[in-house]
Design a protein. Structure first.
Length: 305
């Protein structure tokens, strides 16, 4: 089955060139199927890039997904054309009476700020509370994962001396869970962050289940409410060259960012990066959609609570 996307979304042509089956609204309306409704709250600066990365992963499910994009009224993005935002995104205030089978909240470049100092903190915590009664299962990524853990459970974040930057091996702690179906014993995950949450703080909350961690990168996946919430501190959605772009952007600008670990062959940035996380990224998103969204959500979407 294809993904159902808004007409003229830039990601459509790019993904079609990768032989990924997507369907625009015009064609989808002719099918008598209830697609799963997935909403993406995209807080990343390069929104078109993030849209494409997430849609690429969601495209592997055999289920039809109806993708919507949410934006904050209290924040105006600087790196995405306003025409794109007006055409494809809707304010949370407009969407708050709707219900969704799944939701993804991305990271944001505000992790070094105290949460309460983030300009849109009040609005995003309103969205976090809303998701608990209007969404069947939510994925929180990177800063959003840390922010949601803090908002829901009071889990603090800690600054790092240098950026956690590169591709790091992760170990499953509960490998029999459906979210890990098909996984190898060790899987790789991109990380790109200046802060972290720590295992002892997670373990203080019986409502939280630590699912995966890395010896060097620490906590990577936490689950709550039997899979209605997943908190992912890394970036399984990253494209092959995303870390390369971040490295070259920060080179000579920041002193706390080094060469991304386990990424370039022989640590040589002139060589093509090694993609070691793509298969598990696809498995993770496919398992999430199947076992924690499709298998759990009611057919009558109004019954989500």
């Amino acid at each position: 089955m294809p993904l159902r996307l808004p007409d003229r979304l830039p990601a459509i042509d790019l993904l079609k060139s990768e032989n990924i089956f997507v369907m625009d609204d015009t064609r989808a309306h002719s099918q008598d199927i209830r697609p799963l409704r997935i909403v993406i709250l995209n807080l990343m600066p390069l929104k078109i890039t993030t849209e494409t990365d997430l849609i690429r992963l969601l495209s592997n499910t055999p289920l039809q997904l109806d993708i919507s994009f949410m934006k904050l009224r209290s924040h105006t993005p600087k790196n995405t054309p306003i025409e794109h935002m007006m055409m494809f995104y809707r304010d949370f205030a407009v969407m708050r009476n709707e219900k969704f089978d799944g939701m993804i909240v991305t990271g944001a470049p505000v992790e070094t700020l105290d949460y309460e100092d983030v300009g849109y903190w009040d609005e995003i915590t309103d969205i976090f509370d809303w998701a608990r009664t209007h969404v069947t299962s939510t994925l929180f990524i990177c800063w959003a994962a840390q922010a949601a853990l803090y908002h829901y459970y009071g889990v603090p974040k800690y600054g790092l001396d240098s950026k956690m930057f590169g591709i790091f091996p992760q170990h499953m702690l509960l490998p029999r869970l459906p979210i890990f179906r098909g996984f190898d014993d060790v899987f790789m995950m991109p990380h790109s962050r200046h802060t972290e949450v720590r295992r002892p703080d997670i373990e203080q909350h019986p409502e939280l289940t630590l699912l995966a961690e890395g010896d060097e990168s620490g906590v990577s996946i936490v689950m709550a409410r039997d899979g209605r919430e997943f908190f992912i501190t890394g970036h399984l959605e990253y494209a092959p060259l995303t870390l390369d772009s971040e490295y070259r952007r920060d080179l000579g600008v920041r002193t706390d960012v080094g060469l991304p670990r386990n990424y370039y062959p022989a640590d040589d940035p002139s060589r093509q990066p090694i993609v070691s996380w793509r298969a598990h990224a696809n498995l993770f998103y496919n398992n999430w959609v199947n076992y924690y969204v499709y298998q759990e959500t009611p057919y009558d979407i109004s019954l989500i609570s």
